[in-house]
Unconditional design. Sequence first.
Length: 251
Amino acid sequence: MPEGDTVWHTAAVLREGLAGRMLTGCDIRVPRFATVDLTGRVVDEVLSRGKHLFVRAGQASVHAHLKMEGSWRVTTRAPRTDHRVRIILSAGDVHAVGVDLGLLEILDRSTDLAAVSHLGPDLLGDDWDPQVAAANLVADPMRPLSQALLDQTVMAGIGNVYSNELCFLRGISPSAPVSHETDPLRLVSQARRLLWANRTRWSRCTTGDTRRGERLWVYGRAGLPCRRCGTLIESADGGDRVLFWCSHCQR
């Protein structure tokens, strides 16, 4: 499930493969932009903003959002494609393939960041400001904490994995109101530390134990014993997201 750390890492991989190189091929498979051809332009920047990604080439900017299932892969082999592929950018023998992207559009580079102007401080960005993020978080004190954490206008980069894990680490039920968090600055700072620690790997870890099956506290562990107290982890439908929590550790 792509979250801010995954997008940051994806941008780093794309940057390594494409930055400074001239595009020798461009195949966009989104009807609205299917006639756009970026061939001949040099990719001079790849950046992430929360869960959004921008590939800048000349005066154009490829703006993508991975949503729930999207990914980019970079290969030096002829790309294998199917109906899920939305874009292929080639630079010589390097091919960047965007698969199942929830959003793909071509923007004017000079104004591309207007598409993400609504976002709160980026947890992995130069604009990160914990004071602003904390103020955004407590602006609606009766809002369920998990919903507030998932709101990208509060701070950009948290998805459902980190939302559930942060609620556990703070000892608060994900359905409890934001007002139950007595130290919002500490929470947003902890969110920053978690994403920063995971930004260079694909398999995120919040427990400090990177062994397979040991990486997360509660997310995806419904019916399994809590790693701290042994109480069985519970889960429930939280609307468009599933909530996970320990009823003993999260009062």
